[in-house]
Write a new protein. Structure first.
Length: 101
């Protein structure tokens, strides 16, 4: 309640969605950098080439787990958008009813 008026503010929901998407990109970028550095060490002969198989396996695991996480985040973001839309529509209906329409 704000001065007798019910308000629905969705800016914080937008912030949650955008920060989550930013975090997803950040962890993907970090993994890509680590993987590239390890591959570079192998290519330079500084690390045993058999490590490449381990890196490939870890990369597959990372991608599977991050894909699963990303799907969950996408579902969460859709739910947040649904809440926003319900709030917007509900607010519009309340304004219509309050104005006698």
């Amino acid at each position: 309640m704000f001065d007798g008026v019910v308000t629905f503010r969705s800016a914080d929901l937008d912030t949650i969605q955008s920060s989550t998407a930013g975090q997803q990109q950040k962890y993907q970028d970090i993994w890509e950098e680590v993987r590239a550095q390890l591959r570079g060490l192998i290519d330079q002969g500084l690390v045993d080439a058999s490590l490449g198989e381990v890196i490939d396996e870890r990369d597959r695991e990372f991608r599977q787990q991050s894909d699963s996480y990303d799907q969950g985040v996408t579902s969460q973001n859709q739910a947040v958008r649904n809440v926003q839309q319900a709030g917007i529509e509900g607010g519009a209906l309340m304004r219509q009813r309050a104005s006698g329409r």
